[in-house]
Every structure is written in structure tokens, then in C-alpha cells.
Design a protein around this ligand. Sequence first.
Ligand SMILES: [Zn+2]
Length: 255
Amino acid sequence: MAVPQEYHSKQRRLIMIVSLSVASLLLLGLTQQPVLPVVPETLSAVKQSVQQTFLPQPPRVGLQIGHLDPEEQPDELASLRYNTGGSAFGVNEVDINRSTAYMLKDMLEFEGIEVDLLPATMPANYHADLVIALHSDASPDVNRRGYKSAYFRYPRNKWEPELKKAIDQAYFFFSGLPDDDENVSGSMLEYYAFNRARYKHAVSRSTPAVIVEMGYISNEQDRDFLLDPVNPAYALKRGILTYLAERGRYTFDDN
Ligand SMILES: [Zn+2]
């Protein structure tokens, strides 16, 4: 039986319409994805959450109390379990480091900054806005005095020189102590708690960290300065705030 011509042309039209619709749907599907509207609120929320991942609010500062609880060092740092710090004229270094850290913690918290007090053992891959390792020196030469600091050789991130500069400037200005930079030691330049390449229990590479020797407990003038923790703590606080302000993490109240 012959199929009427009309049927054929209807069928062709139908096929054409269907194929055109499928083609346009496919095209729409292909072109629609890249032009999905970006909602600004969503984008800023994403940006904010990314920022928070790297720089938590409020700023956080780690203060390491040099030589505190050395017997708790992990196996990778077992050689430091007897590293109890210096002592001279009845003063123990660790006590100066501790009293300064507690005073500095109070001062920073008053400014709305969160502070972790850390022992000789650094938490694994510790992360914060910055870390200061607090030490004081002792020497058989009672005339030797002054302040010095160091970041890891070589700096582990671009902020460490900036942090050291801010801390040094404030410390010299507010303490009046002389510069003892010539006595910066190898153990300061390769401070174990900053040595992430070698130890798990060290400050994260992206966290700027500086070790300070706040003065000599073996020198009478330095010792008098250090025995009142307000003195070294205030100088360090000013340096820390200056650095945080430079990074946009703190605003000085000019009122
Ligand atoms: Zn020390």
C-alpha cells in the first residue's frame, strides 16, 4: 500500500522540529554553564572564609617560654631533655622567660589578641600570626650585656625579617639595652623549634618566628631590668603590635 505523500512531509517536518529542539537544548546546555550568574555575596563569603583559613580572627600570637619542661621533649628532640637554661646570681633563666611571657600575654590579651603560652616542646607544625621564643642569656663574663634576636637561617617566609625588625626597634628603644648582635649563636640561627625541615615539633613554615635573648641575667644592669617582667614585656608588646599593624592585623588607637 502506498503511503500518502502528505504523511511523508509531515514526518519530515516532525523530525526536523525534534532535531532542532534537541540541538537548541544542547546548545543552551553548553552555553548556560559558563554564564551562570555570580552572586557577589557568595564570592565575598568565599573570599572571607579563605582569608580566615590563613589568618584567623582575632590575631593569635605564640609565646614560647624557653626551657620550660624540657624533659617532655619528644624522641626527635631527646637531646634537649636536659636543656634547662642558664642561671646566675640565684636567678634562673627559665623563671625570667616565664614571668615575661605571662606578663606579655596579659598585655596582648588586653589588646584583643589571643595568646598561646608554649613550652620548650613546640606543638607539631604550630601555626599563628607570629611566634616569639623568649630566652635570656648568661655568661661567665659579668660585663657582657645586651639584647639580640634571630630568625631561622635562612628566613622561612618573607615576613620574618619584617618581624625581627619591628621587635628589635621596639626593644632597643624601650629597654635602652645595647646591641649584642655579635654574639648571635649557631643554635639561635638554627633554633630547633623553627626547624620544620628537620622536626615535626616546630613552628609551621608560613608562621614568622623570632627568638629573642632579652638580656643577660649574669649582668647586674640587665638582671635588674629583667627582674621586673613589665620591662621586657612592654618592649616586646610594642614590637609585636607594630608588626601586626604593618600586616593589617591590628590598629593603634590614637585617641
Ligand atoms: Zn635559653
